[in-house]
Every structure is written in C-alpha cells, then in structure tokens.
Write a protein that binds this ligand. Structure first.
Ligand code: BGC
Length: 250
C-alpha cells in the first residue's frame, strides 16, 4: 500500500490528503484551507506547511505531489491567471522543496486531475484523445492521448468572441453573473463546440466541483463527442499529484 501526500493549490482553496496510490482512495481526511488573499508565494507556501501540519500522520516519509493553477515548466511557474503575478517565472518547485525540506513532484492542477482520471476514473482505458476541462475559479484543461497526459494545455485561455474563454465560461463566471444553468450552458455550448472543431476529441470529461451538478447542464449540451462528468471532482488534483509523486522516476 504505497501512501503519498497530495496537495492541490487552487485560486480559492488549498486542499490536501494522504492517498493510497494503488487504489486511488483517500486514507486521511481531506482538509482545505482558504488560499491567502492575493495568492502571493510566501503566503501560499506558509498555508501549505500549515495544511501538512494539520493533516498530521507519518507524512514525513511519504512522497509529496503538489499541483498548482499555472503553467509548470521545469519546476517554474510560468503564468498566473488567478494568483499573484509574482509566480510568473518563479522556481516554485524549489521554493516548496526548500520550505518542506524534501523533494516534491510539482505539476499543473488540471494535468493532475487528468492523470487522476486516467489512473482511477473516467479516462481509464480510453483510447484516442480525451479532453478534460475543470470548470472552477478558472478553466483548467488536460489533453490526454492514449492515456498519456500532454502537459500544460491551456484551453481555458483560448479566445472566443474576442474574450478569454475562462472569463465567461468558468463556474466562477456563472456565479459572478448569477447565470441560470440554461444561460451558462449556452456559453458552454459555444466553448465545447469550438474545442470539438479544433481537436476532434473522442471524449470530453468535465471536472471541478460543479461536476456534481452535471445533470443540470451536461444533458443540455448538443455535441457529437460524448461528454461525461469526472469521477473525481474535488479530490482529483490531490489524487493525481500524489499518484505522480509515486510514479515519477526522478
Ligand atoms: C490556469 C491553468 C489552471 C486553471 C485551473 C487557469 O487560469 O491558467 O493553468 O489549470 O486555471 O486552475
């Protein structure tokens, strides 16, 4: 039973738990702390330390995976849509490693969610191209081909009607605009039709907390590609980060 610690840093919350990476089950309670206002590096690192402290248990000897809401290239965070701009170009992996006093596996949050669905969820055993989108504070995306996650697809930032897609199609945009399910789904229709035209995927998976309400909006979409809710919603990032931490050859 390999255990690993998974931490999912998001624009509004930082979540963590201990994961049995063979089965994809959480073996501790899932804890969540609010993302500090402004999302600045030192504050986020301090919150992650606090979270690990609260999770407790024998985490000191476990592999640690941390996922983050930005492009992650060679351990550096290269974008910052819903967090402080101070992350751009920062050696974030090293920053966390220094604070935690050990090596970590560091990746984009939607890629972690994609990996969780490949290992333990809706993308398990699916051939061809799977596009996972997480509809939350922003829109995250994972491009998965024959079970392999191709990192750093940023399909939440494609431009539709001259606007950044996530600014109108994310779940936060639904809440900001107090849109009904039907009105929001009209926007999602435009978004997924666009992705369908660009990628001809074999399957869409919709993740993020809102996928627990999948019945309210997925049946309203008219697409040729099958579209299903993610199996792992709020825990997907935790699971994927922990799973990568145990399979990483480094
Ligand atoms: C970021 C992505 C991230 C997504 C979900 C977007 O704004 O650019 O890197 O995966 O939000 O957190």
């Amino acid at each position: 039973m390999p255990h690993a610690l998974g931490i999912d840093i998001g624009g509004t919350g930082i979540k963590g738990a201990i994961v049995d990476t063979d089965t994809g089950d959480l073996v501790s309670e899932r804890l969540k702390l609010a993302t500090p206002d402004g999302g600045r590096p030192d504050d986020i690192v301090a919150t992650v330390l606090e979270l690990i402290d609260q999770i407790g248990g024998q985490t000191q000897d476990m592999p640690v995976g941390i996922c983050f809401p930005a492009i992650v290239k060679n351990g550096r965070t290269m974008s910052a849509a819903n967090i402080s701009k101070k992350w751009i170009g920062l050696e974030a992996e090293k920053l966390f490693e220094k604070a935690l006093g050990r090596g970590i596996y560091f990746l984009n949050d939607a890629d972690a969610a994609g990996y969780a669905e490949v290992r333990y969820g809706a993308a398990e055993g699916v051939d061809g191209l799977v596009l996972l989108t997480t509809l939350g504070t922003g829109i995250g995306s994972a491009l998965i081909y024959d079970g392999v996650v191709i990192p750093n697809a940023e399909l939440g930032h494609i431009e539709i009607g001259g606007k950044d897609a996530e600014s109108r199609m994310s779940y936060a945009a639904k809440e900001r605009g107090r849109l009904s399910w039907a009105r929001w789904t009209q926007r999602l229709q435009v978004y997924y039709t666009h992705l369908e035209a660009l990628f001809s995927p074999d399957l869409f998976i919709v993740g993020g907390g809102v996928s627990k309400h999948a019945d309210e909006f997925l049946p309203l979409l008219n697409l040729t590609t099958p579209i299903v809710p993610a199996v792992h919603r709020n825990s997907a990032g935790i699971l994927g980060a922990a799973a990568r931490a145990t399979t990483d050859p480094r």
